[in-house]
Design a binder for this molecule. Structure first.
Ligand code: BG6
Ligand code: MG
Length: 218
């Protein structure tokens, strides 16, 4: 049996936390006196915390001191942590457990490749820490998506060649990172947003066992 490496993003792919990131950034923007829309938020998905703040301030035409930026990063993360502290397994996105179980049964490599520094506590809260053989998160990388570093490290951890890797991503930056790494890119979300992906599905309920088997056999 072939062993491929399946690398999952976390926020917006495994768990429904993308909405909490958005809310926290929106509140910060509003407190600084400008709007932040869901369309603008697409550019923030997959992007590191520090880079997200820079983009937010550019959008609001706002200049700030290093100290202010530092404070806002802490403030944003505290609000985010408040949102996620009540999380449980109900926040796992539909059919993610089915797909993980299928891949485990087929003895495939399974890794997490997330930009988040909060990845491990979130996985613990939703009881999925053991589902991943390898975890690469925002604490392990120096270059943020769309740089492929996070996925390249995931592949190395699973001892897999990039051409044997399949990445699940909800962000434009993450799809670009997977493509740059020459991995199969699968978008989870809207086709019009994730058109650079090789395949796009609304969610995992659309991903059949036979499609996964095709990816394994390819
Ligand atoms: C990504 C999210 O997974 O993690 C981004 O899509 C977020 O929105 C990034 O900015 C960093 O997350 P954290 O938890 O370290 O602030
Ligand atoms: Mg994501």
């Amino acid at each position: 049996m072939k062993r491929k490496a399946f690398i999952f993003d976390l926020d917006g792919v495994i768990v429904d936390t993308a909405k909490f990131h958005y809310l926290a950034w929106k509140n910060l923007a509003n407190s600084l006196g400008f709007e932040f829309t869901e369309t603008q938020n697409e550019l923030f998905k997959g992007v590191s915390r520090v880079r997200s703040l820079e983009i937010l301030l550019e959008l609001g035409n706002y200049t700030a001191t290093a100290k202010e930026k530092e404070n806002w990063l802490v403030q944003k993360n505290q609000e985010y942590l408040n949102h996620i502290k009540g999380m449980d397994r109900s926040e796992i996105l539909p059919d993610v457990p089915r797909v993980l179980a299928f891949l485990q049964e087929q003895q495939q490599g399974i890794a997490l490749g997330s930009a988040s520094k909060n990845a491990r506590p979130i996985l613990e809260r939703v009881d999925l820490l053991d589902a991943f053989e390898v975890i690469v998160d925002g604490n392990d990388v120096t270059a943020a998506k769309p740089d492929p570093e996070v996925f390249v490290k995931g592949a190395q951890g699973l001892n897999a060649a990039p051409s044997d890797c399949i990445v699940f991503e909800d962000s434009i930056a993450g799809i670009q990172a997977a493509n740059k790494a020459s991995m199969v890119s699968i978008g989870i979300g809207q086709k019009k947003v994730l058109h650079e992906a090789q395949y796009v599905f609304s969610d995992f309920t659309e991903i059949s066992a036979s499609f996964l088997q095709q990816l394994i056999d390819a």
